[in-house]
Ligand binder design. Sequence first.
Ligand code: FAD
Length: 499
Amino acid sequence: MASSHGKPVRKVVIAGGGTAGWTVAAALAKNLGSMLAIELVESDAIGTVGVGESTIPTARRFHEILGLSEADFVRATGASFKLGISFENWAREGERYFHSFGSTGRSTWMADFQHIWLEAQALGVAGPIGDYSLETQAALAGKFRTGGNVPLNYAYHLDATAYGLFLRDFATKFGAVRTEGRITEVRRDGLSGDIAALVLDSGAVIEGDLFIDCTGFHGLLIEEALETGFEDWTHWLSTDRALAVQTAATGPARPYTRAIAHDAGWQWQIPLQRRVGNGLVYASAHLSDDAALERLAQRLEGEMLTQPRLIRFRTGTRRKAWNRNCIAMGLSSGFVEPLESTSIHLIMIAVTRLMQLFPFNGVTEALADRYNALSRAELEGIRDFIILHYHLNGREGEPFWDACRALELPDTLAARIELFRESATAFQASDELFRVDSWVQVMLGQGLAPEGYHKLGQMIGRDRLRQSLAELERGIGQQVAALPTHQQFLDQYTALVAA
Ligand code: FAD
């Protein structure tokens, strides 16, 4: 497979200008703009999916790579700060646990913290595991600050539309060209079969060497033109609809996303500076659209600022993200539902990976294979992590949740759960996004009780365990006490960056 007969890549055409398209354009223009011409085609008439407002901490690293100022970003996108996700009613109705971005307790080279904590708990000298996480405690106290001497690991809540515009300004400043128009034809080279050009409704023909498909769920280039194929994962993740609506803030912005389970899915609450993003995710086999709308309306806390929007989706992945001279990024490459807010990260990592493997001398099969293998490994890890939340539930008697518990799991996940159940051992494989801390917080939070654990805690002994855990808790308490509230910090920060 040689792109247009192995010809060097000098021009990249990006189809689609949602979060994916502009993220890709910004990264390529800033970092490879001196080597490439970059053109992005988008259609205002079609619009974007309009959701995707909760991120994970990798966004900060990506912004650093681009040289984006945090202050400019926060001002432009109405962003607030996020320390993790509060999972409510997942293990059982009325129960809650927190998946924070920080590290929990202190691990040693021999055993991760959960082993030590499990022994301490068995001896009655430990509180809930979240007591030993700075980010969890700060989040629950509604506290936050960047910088200073309290090292919080954080991400953002942002306005998706504003973020797209912010990245658009940045990308065009670095030379990316924006073309408005509807793509009506994807023209292929008669000899190689590669994509040669996009034809717009105006009749304009946009030629290129490499095409990035950011056209959203339907994948205009990767699927409709190249027929790459889709691997369906709905047998593992059966939610397929979301209703999204924005509401006015009714109180101080919480520094975390809420994910609240209901009998056929879950509901999100994403607090921005001045408004809240809300959504109800559900399985249409278990809840009708009308009932979902009614449920969402009942659960909203503030005045509606927009009309609820219905979004249909299918969980799964393109068989190849990179096929011929086309790479799908964003929703066109596939979708794992938004429970852990991973999609924007996947766009950022995809374009980072592309810059690392860039086919300057022409597309080759070896480069595409490497890219596809890395992308798939990461995506499968995320998929397993999301399934974990659904599978380990204690909501007995509700058909949706009963079916989730009865799932036949991917082998990779089944082995991971068994390992934790037997020995409290969790791991992060080399291509995986989620750290040991994440797996442990969710497995324990969802009620998976390990039958055994490492004996390090026993060797440490009851008194030292009690003492060191108490010190840890005290230290965290003092750090949290020294922080301003998230809202106070936001008010100061936004006043400062507006000045
Ligand atoms: P889109 O926003 O759909 O953009 C597609 C672009 O292609 C548009 O510009 C459109 O105009 C253009 N286009 C399409 N067809 C044509 C054509 N024929 N001609 C010209 N232009 C065309 N991600 C997170 O990280 N965190 C979250 O909290 C989160 N929540 C989500 C909740 C839901 C319910 C869903 C469905 C997704 C969520 N996501 C989340 C994912 C996130 O929304 C997307 O990853 C992100 O918005 C990128 O979308 P996109 O740019 O790929 O697609």
